[in-house]
Design a protein around this ligand. Structure first.
Ligand SMILES: [Zn+2]
Length: 117
């Protein structure tokens, strides 16, 4: 049975002391971003660049979804506003048509009575 454990050197980011940890433990620390201490008690941790990039992308995705929702709501509001204005326009068109018919009917009536010119 081989009990040899491979170690890797670590240099404290604060005091610069050099110490070793097992490669397995370092790999775990790099992936988990858990904090650890140098022999002099300085707290430190590895940052996982992929995890940091992932967090940045998730944040950007959330912002883009918020933007999309805002624009979708705005488009929906504008669509409803246009539909309302079309109904108002149709109402005016109906009123104009009724006024024209009333005026024509009034002209015919005057003509029949000999008042029209
Ligand atoms: Zn240290």
């Amino acid at each position: 049975m081989d009990l040899l454990i491979e170690h890797t050197p670590v240099c404290c980011a604060t005091c610069g002391v050099l110490f070793t940890i097992s490669k397995t433990h370092r790999s775990h620390l790099e992936k988990s971003e858990e904090s650890f201490y140098c022999p002099n008690g300085h707290k430190q941790y590895y940052t996982n660049p992929l995890r940091a990039k992932n967090k940045q992308l998730e944040s950007e995705l959330a912002r883009l979804k918020d933007d999309r929702d805002w624009y979708a709501k705005r488009a929906s509001d504008r669509f409803n506003e246009i539909e309302h204005l079309n109904k108002v326009i149709n109402g005016y068109k109906g009123a104009i048509t009724r006024m024209k018919k009333a005026r024509e009917s009034e002209s015919v009536s005057k003509f029949m009575k000999g008042e029209g010119k």
